[in-house]
Ligand binder design. Structure first.
Ligand code: SF4
Length: 151
């Protein structure tokens, strides 16, 4: 076990760290993710911390359609996240391209073509409660599978 994984295991016993990346959204889904941080939804009450540092993340939220240049960058961000990890596609854009998926656009959805996606939260945009519930359902499964595989 590396030092990073040891630190991560310690932190994980108390919290889930979520990193989010916007690969070309209209900002509608970003606002819903940020709303999760507001007192109304208070995502931190569940021990979920949202930031933009992949090296400390457990869960990656992918938001937006794939505008040119994001394919490689998203893969690089994904590779920086230490195991165990999972990615969740937030909104219709990373699932299907949503309203940006037209012949004249250069986008390249779905997200699952670029990195492994553990769960999808459809909606344009999805509600904060749906985003929180996806993180809470995916994270324990990923960590449990990792602990089992380590034995
Ligand atoms: S799913 Fe809808 S709200 Fe979210 S980024 Fe795409 S167009 Fe905007």
């Amino acid at each position: 076990m590396t030092l990073l994984q040891a630190v991560k295991n310690f932190v994980r016993s108390k919290s889930i760290h979520v990193c989010y990346v916007d690969v070309g959204s209209c900002n509608g889904c970003d606002i819903e993710v940020l709303a999760c941080l507001s007192p109304r939804y208070d995502i931190e009450q569940y021990g979920i911390y949202v930031h933009n540092n992949p090296r400390e993340a457990d869960i990656l939220l992918v938001i937006g359609a794939f505008t040119p240049g994001w394919e490689d960058k998203l893969r690089m961000i994904w590779e920086k996240i230490p195991d165990p990890k999972a990615a969740i596609a937030i909104g219709n854009c990373p699932i299907s391209g949503c309203l940006f998926d037209r012949p004249h656009t250069l986008i390249d959805p779905p997200a699952a073509k670029h990195i492994p996606i553990a769960a999808q939260v459809p909606g344009c945009p999805p509600r904060p409660t749906e985003i929180i519930s996806a993180v809470l359902s995916v994270a324990p499964l990923v960590f449990r599978d990792y602990e089992v595989a380590k034995r």
